[in-house]
Design a protein around this ligand. Structure first.
Ligand SMILES: *[C@@H]1O[C@H](CO)[C@@H](O)[C@H](O)[C@H]1NC(C)=O
Ligand SMILES: *[C@@H]1O[C@H](CO)[C@@H](O)[C@H](O)[C@H]1NC(C)=O
Length: 551
């Protein structure tokens, strides 16, 4: 009121311009009401260091959500801000995320985990039935890897007072192995993947799968090599015998490929079971290859087995869908027929082919792996969120050539008919059989291998685009949440359409692979010349290979 009229008008004009600019920014440059700055227009950020900075912030956001609402419990439920002890209650997320925190160089997260780990008491469990494979890849894998990293390439993250805590990574790994060892107590020493803490019973349903059996070998062997105590390597070697020398001699009609499960007492394969690269079936092939890289002297025969499985997969399981013959899916099998289905946990197959092609120098494996990666990207691209579903099915082109004659697999099942009617199947080449997104990392993992083997920047761009879609659609509540339906119309930031769960591997793998694809070469990275010094475990924890250890 005291100001002259003209100044007042000037101020009004300023305010109006300010409001206009603010409105423009709020409405157009920021998407929705995201105040964390994590949801951006991905296309505008190209520099690797800028991309890394944002992914690092996304990791920190998820980590803070976990620390505030769930630490030191296993798993955060980000929508209700509660927690679950579904991994024996030893703080799965706090341990599993350690190596990602190291590779992203986040000292405060590294410090929190290092302070916590020595305090874990493996003799106190949240429920009686312990899962051996899950505990090995999450807890033991993370601790051994963190030890390898913090005593070599990432020493600078260890302060003087935390030296003893680094040593505890090794003693705690050994204590965990000692606690889990009774699970090898079956008739033939095959690991049961189950241990009743109260009764000591090691049987669950009388079967174990080839992924859970072979999935222990890298960590338990590495533990023996690090501690000089052969006991752990011997246990897993004995447990592998029925897979290396199978009964029946050819457990499936596809050379080098196995049904998923075998009998725990007799070691005999359940020849009626399904096989392939999907859940619980494909991990064996991953381990054949990775163990041969870890120590070719000891696991040379595994290399041969991987090559046989890989060639057989290309010849027998590769399948192109009707409408989209440019895509390559991997079918499962049961007895002598193919099942035209694929799940997202099997989408590390591309990574395995590229890694195998890199270390064997065989181009056909790299080319096939890249064909698979490109297909994964197309699977993601076809949905509303740009994220792929948990599982899919398809009608193969062989239905049109007459090679596939089963009528029931040559049409989209009635229950998914709406996807055919809407034109989705014709456009995408597949139909969605489970629409969830469980925050799986396998596609980002495969893109990581594709980039490091070829150094083609296109793979970095694809990884960046996908991780931005994950941040955009899954950021909800206090961290990141799974999606109900990747092809639904959902609102950014809402808890509607989200599942109240953030598995530990979101921090360990999703953000880690999206981050390290944008880093330069380093000793622990995949080397494009195939001369690996480190190998990533199935849970994305890098371990030093044996030959580097001995040097
Ligand atoms: C473990 O064993 C105890 C004692 O026999 C039994 O009561 C309990 O149900 C078992 N728990 C599981 C998860 O098998
Ligand atoms: C496997 O399948 C065959 C024929 O399909 C059947 O006779 C046999 O009982 C099945 N075995 C098991 C363990 O299911």
């Amino acid at each position: 009121m005291l100001l002259p009229f003209s100044v007042d008008r000037l101020r009004l004009l300023e305010v109006a311009v300010f409001l206009g600019v603010a409105y423009f920014f709020l409405h157009f440059s920021r998407i929705n009401d995201d105040t964390s700055g994590l949801i951006v227009d991905a296309g505008t950020i190209e520099l690797p260091e800028e991309r890394r900075a944002l992914i690092r912030e996304a990791f920190r956001y998820g980590w803070e959500g976990y620390l505030t609402n769930a630490f030191p419990h296993d798993t955060l439920s980000p929508l209700s801000n509660t927690h679950t002890d579904d991994r024996s209650g030893w703080g799965a997320t706090a341990v599993d995320a350690l190596t990602a925190a190291i590779l992203m160089e986040i000292p405060e997260a590294v410090g929190t985990s290092l302070n916590y780990i020595p305090r874990i008491n493996w003799n106190i469990v949240s429920y009686e039935g312990m899962a051996i494979f899950g505990s090995t890849i999450r807890y033991m894998g993370a601790m051994l890897s963190a030890y390898d990293l913090l005593t070599t390439t990432h020493k600078h993250l260890v302060s003087e007072e935390s030296t003893a805590k680094v040593e505890a990574l090794l003693t705690q790994s050994q204590a965990l192995a000692d606690a889990l060892s009774p699970s090898f107590g079956t008739v033939r020493g095959i690991n049961s993947n189950f241990l009743n803490w109260t009764s000591g019973a090691v049987t669950w349903n009388g079967f174990n799968d080839i992924t859970a059996i072979s999935g222990l070998v890298l960590e338990w062997t590495r533990l023996s090599d690090m501690t000089g105590n052969r006991e752990y390597a011997d246990l897993v070697a004995r447990s592998m015998e029925p897979i290396l020398d199978p009964e029946p001699q050819h457990p499936s009609i596809y050379p080098g490929l196995y049904p998923k499960r075998l009998d725990l007492d007799t070691g005999v394969f359940n020849v009626n079971d399904t096989g392939g690269w999907s859940h619980a079936g494909g991990g064996l092939y991953e381990m054949f290859l990775k163990l041969s890289i870890y120590d070719l002297e000891r696991f040379g025969s595994y290399r041969t087995k991987w090559i046989e499985a890989a060639d057989s997969t290309m010849k027998n399981l590769a399948s192109h869908p009707r409408h989209r013959p440019d895509l390559t899916f991997l079918a499962d099998f049961q007895e002598n027929v193919l099942l035209y289905q694929q799940d997202s946990s099997g989408m590390f197959a591309a990574a395995s082919f590229i890694l195998g092609g890199t270390v064997t120098g065989k181009k056909r494996f790299i080319n096939f792996g890249l064909q698979l990666v490109n297909t994964y990207v197309e699977i993601y691209d076809a949905t509303r969120t740009g994220i792929g579903p948990e599982s899919i099915g398809w009608v193969p082109v062989t239905c049109d050539t007459g090679e596939e004659t089963r009528e029931e697999v040559c049409q989209v099942p009635d229950s998914f008919g709406d996807q055919e009617d809407s034109g989705f199947v014709e456009r995408a080449g597949y139909y969605i059989t489970n629409p969830n997104y469980l925050l799986r990392p396998e596609v980002l993992e495969s893109l990581y291998y594709a980039y490091r083997a070829t150094k083609d920047e296109a793979y970095r761009d694809l990884s960046w685009k996908i991780v931005n879609n994950i941040i955009k659609w899954c950021k909800a509540g206090s961290a990141f949440a799974e999606l109900e339906d990747v092809n639904a119309k959902i609102k950014i930031g809402s808890s509607k359409g989200r599942r109240d769960w953030m598995s530990s591997y979101v921090l360990t793998e999703v953000f880690m692979y999206a981050y390290i694809i944008h880093l330069d070469d380093a000793p622990w990275q995949l080397r494009s010349d195939g001369n690996m010094e480190w190998i990533f475990s199935t849970q994305a924890h890098p371990l030093k290979v044996k030959k580097t250890q001995e040097q």
